[in-house]
Design a protein around this ligand. Structure first.
Ligand code: ADP
Ligand code: MG
Length: 153
């Protein structure tokens, strides 16, 4: 399978996808979350983290200013928001490689550091529809196969 296309009719569908992805991803996986402002990247990241924490009330602050927020969960997860990344070289200092050595990375605004992200990654690209969102998940075939199984499609 090359890519998975899903129609997310409302916020609950985006949250469900985040929960399904939390079951599918493994340490070393990098999930890039691409799409315009308001497309649903942070909604998905929050649902992913809450599912991984098994805590519906887990606080998930936006890492817009800190650029990264790390969580010590069943699998460690680092949530990056690269909107304000000044230079790709900064990503080293933020600890992307270390985070991927034993955990999962979720990366909002991956476009700001594409050359520094692992080539073996998944990308979820969100777009606005009149009603809801479309998301296309593509990338690493092995991870994509796990996602397909967790979505039962
Ligand atoms: P981003 O991080 O991409 O800027 P957010 O997740 O912060 O976007 O915001 C997305 C907004 O769209 C939120 O108000 C959320 O409730 C809403 N939303 C998320 N998924 C959907 C969907 N599938 N259909 C309609 N609205 C959605
Ligand atoms: Mg966001």
């Amino acid at each position: 399978m090359q890519a998975i296309e899903l129609l997310l009719k409302d916020e609950a569908a985006t949250i469900q996808l985040g929960e399904d992805l939390a079951l599918a991803l493994k340490p070393g996986d990098c999930l890039a979350l691409s799409g315009d402002l308001g497309a649903g990247k942070s909604t998905l990241a929050r649902a992913f983290l809450r599912a991984m924490a098994d805590d519906e009330a887990l606080e998930v602050p936006s890492p817009t200013f800190t650029l990264v927020q790390s969580y010590d969960l069943r699998i460690p997860v680092s949530h990056f928001d690269l909107y304000r990344l000044a230079d790709v070289s900064e990503l080293d200092e933020l600890g992307l490689d270390e985070a991927l050595s034993d955990g999962i990375c979720l990366v909002e605004w991956p476009e700001n550091a594409l050359s520094a992200l692992p080539k073996t990654r998944l990308t979820a690209t969100f777009s606005h529809l009149d009603d809801g969102r479309r998301v296309i998940i593509s990338g690493d075939p092995a991870a994509l196969a796990r996602v397909t199984r967790s979505l039962a499609i």
